[in-house]
Design a protein around this ligand. Sequence first.
Ligand code: NAD
Length: 330
Amino acid sequence: MKTAVFSARRYDQSLLSQANAQAGHELVFIQDRLTADTARLAEGCTAVCVFVNDNVDAAVLGRLAAQGTRIVATRSTGYNHIDAAAAAALGIAVVRVTDYSPHSVAEFAVGLLLAVNRKIARASLRTREGNFELDGLMGFDLHGKTVGVIGTGKIGAIFARILHGFGCTLLGHDLTPNPAFEALGGRYVPVDELMARSDVISLHCPLFESTHHIVNAASLAGVKRGAILVNTSRGGLVDTEAAVQALKTGQLGGLALDVYEQEASLFFQDLSSTIITDDVIQRLVSFPNVIVTGHQAFFTVEAIGQIMATTVESLSDFEAGRPLRNRIPA
Ligand code: NAD
């Protein structure tokens, strides 16, 4: 099946080609993001394969449908970048990847937390310059602290399990309680209580309209002073400008972001020789107690292998008329 693969980086091209070796779909790799301007590049492709910063809104889907596209496969778990209702109305199936290593993201979230709390990136920069001072590098023990997990699904529950191993008390907030979280001694509380009692808050819920800016100026005013916020889920969960204000006043003691509200125009590209006009990200990276990474939490050998295999499986199932295991409901 002819498939246009958008946002195709070198690793996407080689790993998706490997996963496709037996299935033999005709893959057309396109480095650009899918947008209203680039949708024409998928002309004649029955399938379109996208990633988190592709724009799969109603207008783009309309264009794709008119050009013959019948399935959109996203190489991600989150699907907030796809207008699933518009796709359904146009008769386009949408599939995602639900079953890839949740450990990849949970472990990375713990890594970011340690990096911010124990100033690991700062310390490494210092020692490269021959500076072995400890001033400004003090953190706190995680042991005995309270960690709030918003979204205790696959990734949130594994994050909680790792932090349980550190000796943390666990608070959770979710619409659906997860017995695996409760088995760790995790207690579900309203989101405001979680914010007020947690020394560390980690976000692991999907981005929906209902969760957009779940962390905002009002909720940040209610966090325990000096708490660390970790977001490896989706940028839109946090009102970034409010987080900047909370960092300025010390209300937030640290911030670790793998995702960012305005990441679509920044992430997955080398912009080191250009003038970055996004003042919010520039302000964020200027704080000594902030770490920003470019949406890499999923980026492990195991996770990528599973993402590519599942994507090819979905394309083959669609072509053969089999049920789609990872179909997104409208
Ligand atoms: P999951 O579906 O297993 O878990 C999500 C949990 O969030 C569920 O338990 C759900 O009930 C809960 N939830 C939904 N709405 C909520 C709300 N309003 N308040 C609190 N909880 C709510 O998904 P997962 O595999 O654990 O992935 C979680 C998120 O991680 C994804 O949606 C995606 O945005 C993000 N993610 C990021 C990366 C990365 O590389 N940074 C990679 C994969 C996934």
